[in-house]
Structures are given as structure tokens and as C-alpha cells.
Design a protein around this ligand. Structure first.
Ligand code: PLP
Length: 498
């Protein structure tokens, strides 16, 4: 299977090249040229298998230039026993009629990003050996909070790689910030920027596509790659868990093979929900893909109107990993829905960067309306949902609460009783302050992050993962803050070039 660029269909590369490069030279994203199909028998064959075996079967459909041994090495390393706090890796919990929460945050950094970022360093180093041997891979990451830590943890001390993370200084939770600034490892670096996530993301994209910068890296036997969900190697592991969840719902008797399900995803950069779309294209019977947003509801508007307009107020919310106005992965969806019209995609993306707004044609809009539903939820409704869901027996984080609220509204509006997978994307202790308030506890004045964690444990009896609780004992290693224009200088400084 080959991969092409959303902005230039003449591009044809192997999966290794797509993963090693991260983004196409024309600024487009790599997408598979065709979608592998799975049938009922394939799905049946997954029932009863463990996550590693399922992942091997699904990934081998996409990574056709990896040998069986290589896929085995990658997957067995990424999801090895003990790395995830559930032997299912991503277990399902029934929380309501038709509501099945898929816990994607059981990995080392307690956010769903681990599902892909535990695997990506393996995929990337194997891919690099095939395509760009002897070069140091420099991973640049823009993060709204969770990707940064998950990428640092995945790439720390991986030979042949260096990683630098940029995060918005005032845009992440205290726990998220500490997770990153205390990161250990000899090949890692972390820097805050004065700006929001979109500034960090566009800064990183500009560095990636700057020919002068690339030339300078090449002189030093280095090359950039991306650990953001623009990298195909981030997306493909996410397809696995939707297929695996479907098999689990069969296994636990919730559905029969062939039954339709809905999927609700708390969405920011559109990577997670796009993976569910790919699972549907492959043959998982998904009736509706339901996109849940917080107050930054640019996607709710787009998916219901066909006009993407980022010219709006930006809100810093209690679900910061979704505080995004430019959802990069939408580009991949539009490429598929437009009949792979690279010219059209280039044009829409150009309009997005120059005007901040574009409208898709009626044909694409119709397809979007039939595939997707969308809703949004502000901080007050998020808190109310955490409180209500907790009373009913499940403690969730702010992002998951956004999804649960949008799910409830969808059911009330449509009467649709289809069994639904609700993607749960973070452990509640990553956002203790908001969760503690939501379950009804006053926070004493001046209580720090770890006192709040203690209070939340006392209030709910729910365990806090050790890797979060132990952060209070760790030394802060990274204090740098820079302006967007100076990101490149920080990169050069970290790499010791120039
Ligand atoms: C990244 C993230 C999201 C958004 O996922 P996308 O793939 O960017 O849409 C939602 N919730 C949490 C906790 C996240 O870390």
C-alpha cells in the first residue's frame, strides 16, 4: 500500500517514508491511497484475542512494507505487559443505557495519546532504518498539553532521536505542565511559548516546511519528523482501538457482529475521530460519528454548516487539550470526501491560512451531514456532567465529560438507541481542580495541585495513578519561555547547531 499527499496526488511513498517524513513537502498530509477492507470473519477472528494480537492484524493491513517480525517487535514493545494499567490496554465500561466508555488513558502518561505515542517511536525507528539510515531524527511537537508528555515519554532515550516540545505557557493544566517540565531523558527538551496551541502548531509547521532550516539539519545529518497527529504513524495506531472496541462489545455481549454502533469523540485536532472514520471505511458498522467540542466549537459549526471559520474568540477552557481552532486532520477527511481532489484541498487550506475561512461545496457538505453529528458543551455544562456522572457511579475527566454531555444531548434529540462507544481521553487526576469542584467540593484557598489531588482522593475514593501522584517529588528541568518568532532559535540551541 502506498501513501499520497492531500495536496499533491502525484506523491507516492511507502508507509515507512510517510512515517519517517511526518508531513509531505508540499505541506499536505499523507493518506493511504486505498482503504483496506475488513469483513465479518476478520472481526470474528479478533474476538477473544488480546490487544497486541489485534493490533498486529490491523496494522499489517496498512504498514505493508514492514515485515511481520518488525510489526511484532513494534507492537509487542509498545503495549508490553505493565505499560498500561489494564490488561485489556483500553477497557470498556458501561456507564448508561447505550453508553460504553472506552478508557484510552491507561498508559504511562494517563491520556489517550499514549495509545499512539507508545507505538510511534518503534514505528519511526524501524521506518527510519529503511529510508534514512544514519540520520538523527528530530521530533518537534506542538502540544495542547497531553501530546507533549506522551511524546516525551515515548521518545525518551530512544537512540537516534531527539525531541523538543512546545506548549502554550498559560494553556495547560498545572499537572500537564509539571509532567512535561520534569521530564527525564538525555535527548529531550521542553519550552513554553507566549501564545496558544494554534500559535505553537503553526510555528512548528512553519519550521518543518522551511527549506533553509531543513538544509541546515541535513548538513548536520539530522532530519525533522513529527509526533503530532499529522503523522500517519500517530493515526494508524488509533484505528486499532476502535476495531478492538467493536470486538470487545461483541465479546461482552453488548452487540452482535454486524450490529451498528455510534462513536462519540471529544475532539480537538480531529485525529481521534478521524481514526474512527477510517475504522468505518474499513468495515466497522458505524452509524454516526459524533464530534464533541468544548466552547471552542469551530468543528460543531463546520460539521453542521459546511463553513469552517476560525475567526472567532478563543476560549481557555477546563478541557484544554481541545482548545484548538485549527483542526489539522480535517484536511484528511476532506481529501477523502472530495473524491481525492488535491487541488480543491490545497485551495481550501490556502484560504484557511490567508482568510481564516473556507466553505466546502454542497456535495462534500451532504456527505459530512450523513456521516457526522456534532455538539458542544461549555465549562458549566462540563462540570455539571462530571457531577452527575459521578453520582451515577463513574468519575470522568473534563474532556470525557464533554463527550458524555454531547452523547446525552444526541440521544435526547434523535431518540437513537444505538449502542455507543464514548471515547474517554484522560484520567480525571490530570485535571484535579476542575473535577474536584465539579463533584461538589470547595477548594481551600491556596491549595496546591497535590493537595487538590489528595482532596479528590478523599472525596471520591478513586485511586490516583502513581505517575501523577509522584510528580511532586520530581525536579523541574525546563523553565524556558519564548515568543513564536524565536522557536527556531530554541530548536537550533537544543540541537547545538548554527
Ligand atoms: C488530544 C486530546 C483530545 C483531542 O484529540 P484530537 O485527536 O486532537 O481530536 C481530547 N482529549 C484529550 C484528553 C486529549 O489529550
Amino acid at each position: 500500500m502506498l501513501y499520497t499527499s492531500t495536496r499533491d496526488k502525484s506523491v507516492r511513498v511507502s508507509s515507512s517514508q510517510a512515517i519517517a517524513q511526518g508531513i509531505s513537502a508540499d505541506g499536505g498530509l499523507f493518506v493511504p491511497e486505498s482503504i483496506p477492507e475488513i469483513d465479518k470473519d476478520f472481526i470474528n477472528s479478533l474476538v477473544g484475542l488480546d490487544y497486541i494480537s489485534r493490533a498486529k492484524k490491523v496494522l499489517s493491513l496498512y504498514l505493508t512494507d514492514f515485515t511481520e517480525e518488525e510489526i511484532d517487535f513494534c507492537v509487542s514493545g509498545a503495549y508490553a505487559e505493565g505499560k498500561f494499567s489494564s490488561e485489556k490496554v483500553s477497557p470498556i465500561k458501561k456507564i448508561a443505557d447505550g453508553g460504553n466508555v472506552l478508557e484510552l488513558w491507561r498508559g504511562p502518561t494517563c491520556a489517550f495519546k499514549d495509545m499512539a505515542l507508545q507505538l510511534l517511536p518503534y514505528l519511526l525507528t524501524v521506518a527510519a532504518k529503511k529510508t534514512v539510515a544514519d540520520k538523527t531524527i528530530v521530533i518537534l511537537v506542538a502540544t495542547s498539553g497531553d501530546t507533549g508528555k506522551a511524546a516525551l515519554e515515548g521518545f525518551k532515550d530512544v537512540p537516534g532521536t531527539k525531541i523538543m516540545v512546545f506548549y502554550p505557557n498559560d494553556g495547560v493544566s498545572p499537572m500537564q505542565k509539571l509532567q512535561m517540565t520534569t521530564q527525564e531523558g538525555s535527548n529531550v527538551s521542553v519550552c513554553a511559548i507566549n501564545g496558544n496551541f494554534d500559535d505553537a502548531q503553526s510555528g512548528v509547521k512553519a519550521i518543518f516546511t522551511d527549506k533553509e532550516v531543513s538544509a541546515k539539519l541535513a548538513e548536520n545529518s539530522m532530519m525533522f519528523s513529527s509526533a503530532n497527529s499529522i503523522n500517519w504513524g500517530r493515526l494508524v495506531p488509533q484505528i486499532v482501538y476502535y476495531i478492538s472496541a467493536y470486538a470487545d462489545l461483541i465479546e461482552n455481549g453488548t452487540i452482535e457482529n454486524g450490529d451498528e454502533i455510534n462513536v462519540v469523540v471529544p475532539t480537538g485536532n480531529f485525529g481521534n475521530i478521524l481514526a474512527a472514520y477510517y475504522a468505518k471505511l474499513m468495515g466497522i458498522p458505524v452509524k454516526k460519528l459524533i464530534c464533541a467540542s468544548n466552547a471552542n466549537n469551530v468543528l460543531t459549526d463546520f460539521l453542521t454548516s459546511g463553513t469552517y471559520d476560525k475567526n472567532r474568540k478563543f476560549f481557555a477552557t477546563t478541557s484544554p487539550s481541545m482548545d484548538i481552532l485549527i483542526s489539522s486532520n480535517l484536511e484528511r477527511l476532506l481529501f477523502h470526501l472530495s473524491g481525492e481532489d488535491d487541488k480543491k484541498i490545497s485551495n481550501w487550506m490556502k484560504l484557511l491560512s490567508t482568510e481564516g475561512v473556507y466553505s466546502v461545496d454542497s456535495d462534500v457538505k451532504e456527505k459530512i451531514l450523513s456521516l457526522f453529528d456534532a455538539g458542544c458543551c461549555n465549562d458549566a455544562m462540563t462540570a455539571e456532567t462530571i457531577g452527575k456522572t459521578y453520582k451515577e457511579g463513574y468519575l470522568c475527566d473534563t474532556h470525557t465529560a464533554v463527550a458524555i454531555k454531547v452523547f446525552e444531548e444526541y440521544v435526547a434529540r434523535t431518540g437513537d438507541k444505538t449502542e455507543t462507544v464514548i471515547a474517554s481521553t484522560a484520567n480525571p487526576y490530570k485535571f484535579s481542580a476542575a473535577v474536584l469542584k465539579a463533584v461538589g467540593d470547595e477548594i481551600p484557598e491556596g491549595a496546591d495541585e497535590f493537595e487538590q489531588v489528595e482532596l479528590l482522593i478523599r472525596a471520591t475514593g478513586v485511586e490516583c495513578p502513581a505517575q501523577l501522584a509522584n510528580l511532586s517529588d520530581k525536579k523541574v528541568r525546563f523553565n524556558d519561555v519564548c515568543n513564536k518568532e524565536d522557536m527556531i532559535e530554541m530548536v537550533y540551541a537544543m540541537l547545538g547547531i548554527k
